[in-house]
Write a protein that binds this ligand. Structure first.
Ligand code: SAM
Length: 373
């Protein structure tokens, strides 16, 4: 029932665009799912616990970042999910309670662009009502100036804003909808003022596209209280024509910043933290690097992902999801859904980034906008 990436890799030799519908086939409910009490700490086949849940609340985005949702694929006629296929806020909240009982401590809302989902603050309030969850959200920042206060008031704890360049021309070309840098910077300020601090700022670095922006970004956010994080460009989805040559390794990022602004490594905040932390020697704050390509962190991966239509994925690079929405809408009890989730996690063996190769790059993976970045 569970796919072996390595086995499939040998059969696939050419990159191609896979329509999402192909990859959304849900597996039938495991008839013989073991009964696992929802009382915390599920461990998968590699001993990894289930700790974080990322929820994609929409597959739509108002940006067309060239490395994520390129215009030629995600054009006007792209078949985004109809509203009825999205999990409702009530369905998301019910699943969040079930996951919390299995040990989830943190929920990140993402997408697509999560701030495009109407009344998102209502969902945040519903999730906050569960209690004991660290609630975070990743956004492109376009709507943040208008929404930061209400997100905080609804119960959001922290926020991550994506920003790939300070240079307006570079940024507009990367988001491909001519969106200006200044509006994202205003959004970051609004988030900090609203108390969604420390604000994390994610910069995906792509060779030959925005690597010249690494230092300007570091200079700009040093001493700001925000935490800038550099992300290695990954082969998620099937539409970005990823090549290893496009990846700027984190070690190179650290070297080039450290030459001008001396850095020293610091320890992780918690086990399984994806960003490796560095701080400015002069006390100007910290930065992070997320090295999913050059230093795979599958060994510590505690994340599950709930896609926009309620399919559960146990890896960002997964090919198959498990249809929780079908269970919700078929009248399954909490205990049945809880058991199913447990069965999925207990059999989890994913370690895509550790086995990434020329062959795995061409595997039919799910688009990030749908599974949630
Ligand atoms: N729309 C929101 C945003 O822009 O942050 C949330 C969704 S977006 C898919 C989440 C994050 O994934 C962004 O920081 C984006 O830059 C990052 N991302 C998208 N494609 C990526 C890729 N191929 N490699 C690395 N990061 C990627």
């Amino acid at each position: 029932m569970f796919h072996c990436l390595a086995a499939n890799a040998a059969n696939i030799s050419m990159a191609r665009v896979i329509p999402l519908a192909d990859a959304r086939t849900a597996l039938p409910l495991a008839a013989a799912a073991p009964r696992v009490a929802p009382s915390g700490l599920l461990a998968d086949t590699r001993g990894r616990h289930l700790r974080d849940l990322r929820i994609s609340v929409t597959d739509r985005c108002n940006f067309r970042c060239v490395y994520c949702m390129p215009k030629d694929v995600f054009g006007h006629d792209y078949p985004f999910l109809p509203h009825a296929e999205l999990l409702t806020f009530e369905e998301i909240t019910r699943l969040a309670r079930i996951f919390k009982a299995h040990g989830i401590e943190k929920i990140r809302l993402t997408g697509g662009e999560p701030l495009l989902r109407k009344n998102l603050e209502r969902l945040i309030a519903m999730l906050a009502d569960i209690g004991g969850l660290d609630l975070t959200l990743t956004t492109n920042g376009a709507a943040l100036t208008a929404k930061a206060r209400e997100l905080k008031a609804a119960g959001l704890n922290r926020i991550t804003v994506s920003l790939d360049a300070l240079d307006d021309g570079v940024f507009r070309a990367m988001n491909d909808v001519d969106f200006p840098v200044v509006r994202v910077l205003e959004g970051i300020d609004a988030a900090a003022e609203a108390g969604l601090a420390p604000v994390k700022i994610n910069m995906v670095v792509k060779r030959g596209v925005n690597e010249q922006e690494i230092l300007p970004m570091a200079r700009r956010f040093k001493g700001s209280g925000h935490v800038l994080r550099f992300i290695e460009y990954m082969d998620v989805g099937h539409t970005n024509a990823w090549r290893m040559d496009d990846v700027v390794p984190s070690a190179e990022v650290i070297r080039s910043i450290g030459r001008e602004l001396p850095l020293e490594a610091i320890g992780a905040n918690y086990a399984g933290e994806v960003a490796e932390r560095w701080r400015y020697v002069d006390g100007g704050g910290e930065i992070g690097v997320i090295s999913s390509v050059t230093q795979a962190f599958c060994r510590d991966c505690t994340r599950a992902r709930l896609a926009t239509d309620g399919k559960l994925y146990t890896c960002l690079f997964a090919m198959t999801g498990y249809d929780l929405r079908a269970l919700l809408r078929a009248g399954s009890s909490d205990a049945e859904i809880s058991n199913y989730v447990a069965a999925i996690w207990l059999q989890r063996a994913d370690r895509y980034s550790e086995i990434r190769s020329e062959n795995t790059v061409a595997l039919p993976k799910i688009e990030m906008s749908y599974i949630g970045g």
